[in-house]
Write a protein that binds this ligand. Structure first.
Ligand code: HEC
Length: 131
């Protein structure tokens, strides 16, 4: 292996470590404007705040805030039974794709599934994880 190739490999390895540990370099690459645009178009932002505000357009938001929810515990009702779960990526994905499967305690089952492409869903989830 010559020096250039060795350097290149090292660079790629360092680059992937950078992204794997969720460093700020990865976060700043996130298309925040694109994610918010999708959430605007799909109406997410008519029911959810992303900053924890207690009002949205002058009224209490219909849905829970999406701020800081990753890693927090929440109680959901599944077919009438309450269970406590930790919010992780799989939970977010399910909450968006199948909103009726688990209803967050204290909220009404009013969130409809809003069709989006896999790319849009990945971006929205990546964004919610940073809030
Ligand atoms: C009509 C209002 C409404 C719209 C539109 C809406 N949601 Fe919701 N959402 C809710 C309500 C109410 C809940 C809590 C009840 C439940 O679990 O379904 C919720 C729950 C969630 C949760 C789980 C939060 C938690 O803390 O457990 C996520 C994540 C979420 N919504 C994301 C989205 C995204 C992304 C969109 C757009 C694609 C969206 N929502 C559109 C009302 C809405």
């Amino acid at each position: 292996m010559n020096k250039t190739i060795a350097g290149l490999c090292l660079g790629i390895a360092a680059g992937s470590f950078f992204f794997l540990d969720g460093s700020p370099a990865g976060a700043s690459d996130l298309d925040v404007a694109g994610a918010r645009k999708i959430m605007q178009d799909k109406l997410c932002l008519t029911c959810h705040t992303t900053d924890g505000a207690e009002t949205l357009n002058g009224a209490p938001p219909l849905g829970p805030t999406l701020k800081g929810i990753l890693g927090s515990k929440t109680t959901v009702v599944v077919e009438g039974a309450e269970t406590t779960v930790t919010i992780d990526e799989a939970y977010l994905r399910k909450a968006i794709l199948k909103p009726m499967a688990e209803i967050k305690k204290g909220y009404n089952p009013i969130m409809a599934p809003l069709p989006m492409t896999d790319e849009q869903l990945d971006l929205v989830i990546a964004y919610i994880k940073t809030l």
